[in-house]
Design a binder for this molecule. Structure first.
Ligand SMILES: C[S@@+](CC[C@H](N)C(=O)[O-])C[C@H]1O[C@@H](n2cnc3c(N)ncnc32)[C@H](O)[C@@H]1O
Length: 298
């Protein structure tokens, strides 16, 4: 089943632990994936580990609250072996603040619930996912349970970011997990245009059976991201040329891009060179008309 819904959280873990996950979810995943070994690097109240142990799965539970930092410490080094399944359930969107609130007296700088902004969170969760991947046996599964979040009318898709930052050929399944007893946004529902979020995602990736070295895996991820950026530039320049009637001089293209793509520009100080490179290296998309004048290729 790709939709999981358990209103009851079962006897596992601690029902008073804020942001805990129903043990039935882990039970379902373990029944489906049949791992013999499992690690949860953000175990919270220990729900997943209790379920795993009951099912005779060798289980390792780690958490920042007990001295394991998934942003600094290697999971595989800490537990001393690779496992067949690693699943994290990170805090996101500052819905529940952990260090200084649920545990400890001070905010911990590595606590994902204290991420400064969305980008900081996306980067940190990617590090956690890579850490989990490195602790997974070849052919094993690594994944995360994560929701999306709307605040002040702005929707952030944490799950979409995870998918876009991890190797696309390793994505194995996307499950929907219904969320029960969600308080946030409920009281404003009557006034809201869009429904409040009542689900999370369970994203599962499969590490290839034949793994390259860690470095070449990372290099191939970087190439994937760079290809994505290149194709985004192609789409931007093409859209700009379309809006300029199908052909334009470079100065007009620069001006239109500056007007329409401020985020991209902020991220790339050499954006004018990037536009020229995009025009010059995609003859299926763009064709020169004259010196400094370009049109959409036929
Ligand atoms: C949503 S809770 C997990 C709840 C758990 N699934 C349960 O049912 O009890 C998220 C956990 O992530 C932990 N955490 C946050 N940042 C972390 C980090 N950098 N390394 C390890 N754990 C972290 C928090 O301490 C918190 O216990």
């Amino acid at each position: 089943m790709s939709i999981l819904s358990f209103p009851d959280r079962g006897p596992w873990g601690d029902s008073r632990w804020r942001g805990n996950c129903s043990g039935h979810i882990y039970r379902e995943l373990f029944e489906q994936l049949k791992p013999q070994s499992f690690c949860d690097p953000m175990v919270g109240s220990g729900t997943s580990i209790e379920v795993a142990q009951e099912m005779n799965i060798k289980a390792f539970g780690l958490d920042l609250h007990s001295g394991f930092d998934a942003l600094r410490d290697s999971i595989v080094e800490r537990i001393g072996q690779e496992v067949q399944l690693t699943i994290s359930h990170p805090p996101y969107g500052a819905q529940v603040i952990y260090s200084s609130n649920v545990w400890g007296s001070e905010p911990h700088p590595s606590d994902l619930s204290h991420a400064i902004d969305d980008n900081d969170f996306h980067e940190k969760l990617q590090v956690v996912m890579l850490n989990q991947r490195a602790a997974t046996v070849p052919g094993g599964i690594y994944g995360t349970i994560i929701g999306d979040w709307r605040r002040n009318g702005r929707y952030t898709s944490y799950q979409a970011e995870v998918i876009s930052r991890m190797p696309s050929d390793e994505l194995a399944a996307v499950l929907i997990k219904a969320q029960h007893n969600v308080m946030s946004e409920k009281k404003h529902y009557g006034r809201m245009k869009f429904p409040f979020i009542r689900h999370e995602y369970i994203l599962l990736f499969q590490k290839p059976k034949q793994v390259m070295s860690m470095l070449s895996d990372l290099a191939s991820m970087a190439r994937q991201q760079s290809a994505r950026l290149t194709s985004t530039w192609k789409a931007i320049v093409r859209t700009v040329l379309m809006s300029l009637g199908g052909s334009a001089c470079l100065a007009d293209i620069y001006a239109k891009v500056a007007e329409n793509a401020p985020d991209r520009l902020a991220a790339n100080p050499n954006w004018q060179a990037k536009i020229r490179q995009t025009l010059n290296s995609n003859d299926d998309y763009f064709a020169p008309v004259d010196r400094g004048i370009w049109k959409l290729a036929a």
